[in-house]
Structures are given as C-alpha cells and as structure tokens.
Design a protein around this ligand. Structure first.
Ligand code: PPS
Ligand code: ADP
Length: 577
C-alpha cells in the first residue's frame, strides 16, 4: 500500500519548513502541548499511521507520524522566489555570525534606515510567513534587499514565520525564532517609523498594494435560483465593458456547470467542489489584476469564505453581492420551471425547497430585486462598488455625459504631485503659473516628503534659467483635504497616482499622471478648462509608466535639465488645450 499523500495549507507548509530547519527549537514536531504549530489532516487519512507531506506541486517534503506529530525530512522546500535567501539557523551561523539581527515585517522607512545605519553589520530577518508580514513574501524580500543596498553592510535572510490567529502565542514564538537565529548575537527591535519610504522601496510597496481601482477584483453574486444573479451579473459586465478598459471574465453558474464543472451533481459535496473551482479560477484572474464576475447559487457560507480567502491570498479584492430576492418571488418567476418540478419532487436537493441556502452576513451589498427594474437593482451594486473604491461606473440616474456648466465662478484648482515636493512638482507648478491661464490655480505637494523644505538646487537653477524664481517655494505633504479640494491632480509617476488613490479612492476620476493627461487631452481637442477636466473624468485609459517623469533628485544637473525639458513639454501639452 502506498503511503497516502497530503498537501498542507500555506501556513502549515511554513511551519513545516521552520520545524525541519531547527528554527522552532526546542519544538520539533506538530501538535506539541500549548504550541500553535499544528497540522490538520483531512478525515479520510487522519487515521493513517504515516502520511507523506507534499508541496503544492506534489514533491514529497516530509514523512509525518500522525500519532506523535513528528516529521522526518525527505527534501527541503525547493521552489519559490528568493529561495536562496531561506537559510536555516545553522547556515546563518556559518555565514553571518557576529552581526546584529533585525526582524522585519514591513518595508523599512527612511527613519528606520537611519536608525540601522549606526548598528554595524546587520542581518535583516524578513519574516515572510503566511499572515505575518504586511507585504507579500516576494515584495517584503524585494523591499528588504532594496533597503540592504542603502545600508553599509546588511544581509537579508527569509524566515517563513507564519501567524496562527493567536497573537500572544505568535509573539512568543516569534521572539524564540529570532533568538534561535541570533544565537546570542544582538537583536535590534525596530522603532515604529514615520512610514515615509524612499523612492525605490515606495515603488515596490506601491506595486504590491495597488490602489483599489487597480487591484484584481472578484464580483461574486450569490442567491437563490431565479433571484436575478445572472441578469444582474450580465448587466454589470456590459457596463464594465462599456465604461472601462479592464479585462473581464464571466463565471456564470450555469455556464460553469456546462464546462469547468461538467458532471457534478447538486449534492452538498459537489456544490462545494463547484464553488471552489470557480473560486480558484477567479482568484487566479484577480492575481493578474483582472476582473471576474461569478454568479453561482453558492449556498454554503463556509465555501464562500474559502473563496474569499483564495482571492485574498492572490492579492485580489472579493466583493460579495447577496441577491436577496425572497423564495416566494423566485418561485413566482420560475423562469425555468424548476421550482414546480422541485415541489413535485422531480428534482431532489433543490436550493430553497429541499436543500438549504445559508444567507450571507458578510455581503458588501444586499439587493432584493422584487418589484424593481434591473437598472434600478444594478444601481445598488454600482453605488457600493464606487463607495469601496473598486470601480466607478455610472448609475442610471447619472448620465455619463452630464452637461458641465462653465458658469462656476471659483477658479479651477490643479494640484501637481511628486515624491518629496522639492524637484518635479514645484517645477511643474511654477512653469504652469508662468503661462498665466485665467481662472486656473496651480499648487503642488509630495506623497512622502517633509514639510517646508526649499526646492532642490539643480531644479531651482533650471527655473532661474527660464527667468523664474523658486526661492520662496516650500514643500508640503499631500493630504486627503488637498486631494478633495483639487479639481485635477497631475502626478509625475504612476506610483504617485496609486499612492493617492489608495487613500482617496473616490478621487479616481481626477488623478492622472502628467504624461497620461498629455495624451488624453490631445485626443480631446481644444476645450475650456472645466470642460477639459470633465472630459478627462470620462476617460479610463490607465497610465503608462513609460510616460513617468523620472526623479532627478540626487542625480546631478544633467538629470535635472532632462526633467525640466520633459516637464515643460508635458505641461504645455496639457495646458495648451
Ligand atoms: N437541485 C438544484 N438546486 C439548485 N439549482 C439547480 C438544481 N438542479 C439544477 N439547478 C440549476 O442549476 C443552477 C445552479 O447551479 P450552481 O452551480 O449555481 O449551484 S451551486 O452554486 O453549485 O449550488 C440553477 O441555475 P440558476 O437559476 O442560474 O441559479 C438551476 O437552474
Ligand atoms: N430587478 C431585477 N433584477 C434582476 N432580475 C430581475 C429583476 N426583475 C425581474 N427579474 C427577472 O428575474 C429573472 C432572474 O433570472 P436569473 O438572472 O437567471 O436568476 P439566477 O441567475 O439568480 O437564477 C429573470 O427572468 C429577470 O428578467
């Protein structure tokens, strides 16, 4: 008889790695009394004496003795980005003894980097385990490597220390694991930083945490048969296709059952399999920042929660719509004649009649379609999507091309944004002001800089070359108030735009990169300023990073001169219209 195999959860795989490298010493096995390091086997193999634990690709990693929880190593984990940084405590002793050990769970900010500069040779212990880090494992390691480059002498080691939903036990475990790695060498606990990130690290973090409107999204409609899931999902898809350039995939319940889930029945087990398949595909779509629209009945809360988790693990957003049309109305509609058959006992296990539907208590929006038009019901979904910042579609009572009146007396406010508000955005501001456009006000701010710093000299000199004075300029940070007050926000890079939208998702229609705006306005032709801003709000073309204005900070006069020419040309392209 072959030994049964089992692929543990990501958390258990992390625990297994640390158990087998000695990082959890003195714990050496799963399920020690009082330890959060446990492993759950599916019921069909829980009674076996020995189980082979395999990685997701089926590579046997360890042999588990189920009675004791002991594991015997077969192979060490082999794949995954930055595998070379995964060192055991013994390997760390060999290569890095005598250094100061710094546990890291998030990107290091500028004050934390300053704090580390005086500490001599370091090991940044990146705690990448499931649920522990603020970033995905790959991004945490990329950010830690970028930080190490900025320190005099720092090595990065990946430690997949997972979280087990028990903060106290996890804290105790973490302290022990770090102490095992340090083995008597000093351990330095980082102080809470200001959150201000240097440009390289900020770019890594921005890419890992896209703004809600750039994140992958799974729109999951659940409800009884005939409640209106497919109808609403289809109408929403059409709206998305009409108004955005996001790629969309439909995973409709009936369609999935003809392809991906062909042959499955409506037993509880098969329904669960069906929903997990939909969830798996949807999660993969969201991993690539796509949009998946799913509309199965999905009657069980636990399976829906599993889908939410899969999407979350893939870095996507999960948006649950409960189509809460009551059974009586669904049965009255009985579009496919199935309720009549179910009542007659011709269809067993029919949801709502002879099989349960567990109402969700975690839906983003609940829509009862009884006595309402499809458009009207759809508006509830669109409003909720807009409120959460995921998608900005027009509702039925809000025509896409609402006439914009130019009679407004107050000036149009344009805010330029870069990182520290000392090079690029002040230059944009001053060049724009020099064009003397009536009825438009120009200001600037930075996503990560300090307050009240003067303009950086090389860029100030470029202004002086053009007969403009930047000596009175003082920097400031972007705030939600500044964003709310602005009619148009133009950023140097796509990363600045993402940072702003993360905090202010509702601003999605008025924040563009300068390069993006230049392209868009040229497609519009000449318009009055307010009409131009309104026209931009209707455009959905994503920014192209190739249009970014590169940061000249600290790169000398030539870089400053290049940035100046580029900015001047882009500002004139935008404002010329
Ligand atoms: N026993 C039983 N119970 C419920 N539904 C049944 C059943 N037998 C067939 N049908 C038809 O299959 C559609 C539901 O399939 P789903 O894949 O969405 O169901 S589930 O999520 O796996 O529970 C459902 O389609 P919708 O009306 O689009 O929901 C029904 O038309
Ligand atoms: N406000 C509404 N929203 C959605 N569907 C509605 C609404 N009013 C009536 N209906 C009708 O209800 C039926 C819903 O069917 P369907 O969308 O296939 O449901 P499900 O996919 O949940 O089984 C359709 O015939 C649709 O025209």
């Amino acid at each position: 008889m072959p030994v049964p195999q089992h692929c543990p959860t990501p958390r258990e795989l992390d625990d297994l790695e640390l158990l087998t490298t000695g990082a959890l010493a003195p714990t050496t096995r799963f399920g020690e009394p009082g330890s959060p390091v446990t492993l759950t086997l599916p019921s069909d193999i829980a009674g076996e004496e020995v189980v082979e634990l395999v990685d997701p690709e089926g590579l046997p990693l360890a042999r588990l003795t189920t009675a004791t929880g002991e594991v015997e190593v077969l192979t060490h984990h082999q794949y995954g980005a930055f595998r070379r940084l995964h060192l055991s405590p013994a390997q760390v002793r060999e290569h890095h003894a005598g250094r100061t050990f710094v546990p890291v769970v998030d990107a290091l900010d500028t004050t934390q980097l300053d704090e580390l500069r005086g500490l001599g040779p370091l090991v940044l212990l990146a705690l990448t385990g499931h649920g522990t880090a603020e970033l995905t494992p790959t991004a945490l390691l990329r950010a830690s490597l970028a930080a190490a480059v900025q320190l005099p002498d720092a090595a990065v080691v990946a430690v997949p220390l997972a979280a087990h939903d028990d903060p106290e036990a996890d804290h105790e475990l973490g302290v022990r694991v770090v102490a095992t790695y340090a083995a008597g060498d000093p351990v330095h606990a980082l102080t809470e930083g200001t959150g201000e990130l240097g440009p390289e690290i900020a770019a890594i973090v921005d890419a890992d945490r896209p703004a809600p409107d750039e994140q992958g999204l799974v729109l999951f409609f659940t409800g009884l048969s005939g409640s209106g899931k497919s109808t609403l999902a289809r109408a929403l898809m059409d709206r998305i296709l009409e108004e955005t350039d996001r790629p969309v995939t439909s995973l409709d319940g009936d369609v999935v059952r003809r392809h991906l889930s062909k042959g499955l029945t409506f037993s509880k087990e098969d329904r669960e399999t069906n929903i997990r398949r939909i969830g798996w595909v949807a999660a993969e779509i969201s991993r690539h920042r796509g949009l998946a629209v799913c509309s199965p009945i999905a009657p069980f809360a636990e399976t829906r929660a599993q889908v939410r988790q899969m999407v979350d693990d893939a870095g996507g957003a999960f948006f649950l719509v409960h189509v809460a049309t009551p059974l009586e109305e669904c049965e009255r509609r009985d579009r496919k004649g199935l309720y009549a058959k179910a009542r007659a006992g011709e269809i067993p296990e029919f949801t709502g009649i002879s099989s349960p539907y567990e109402e969700p208590d975690d839906a983003s929006v609940r829509v009862d379609t009884t006595g309402r038009t499809i458009e009207d019901a759809l508006d509830d979904v669109i409003v909720a999507l807009r409120e959460e910042g995921y998608l900005d579609l027009t509702t039925a009572d809000e025509p896409a091309d609402e006439p914009v009146t130019a009679e407004s007396e107050s000036p149009l406010k344009v805010l330029f944004v870069c990182t520290a508000n000392i090079c690029r955005s002040p230059y944009m501001e001053r060049i724009a002001r020099s064009l003397d456009l009536p009825g438009v006000e120009f200001t600037s701010a930075g996503t990560h800089g300090f307050d009240a710093a003067p303009m950086d000299t090389p860029m100030a000199s470029r202004l002086a070359d053009r007969g403009l004075d930047g000596s009175d300029f003082r920097s400031r940070r972007v705030t939600s108030r500044l964003i709310a007050d602005a009619d148009l926000v133009l950023t140097a890079e796509a990363g600045h735009r993402s940072t702003i939208l993360e905090e202010n998702p509702e601003a999605v229609r008025k924040v563009f990169t300068l390069g993006q705006a230049a392209r868009l306005v040229e497609e519009q032709g000449s318009l009055a300023p307010r009409d131009l801003v309104a026209a931009l709000a209707e455009r959905r073309t994503a920014p192209d990073p190739a249009d970014d204005v590169a940061d000249p900070y600290g790169r000398g006069d030539e870089a400053a001169a290049r940035a100046a020419v580029e900015i001047e040309s882009l500002v004139k392209r935008v404002l010329g219209h």
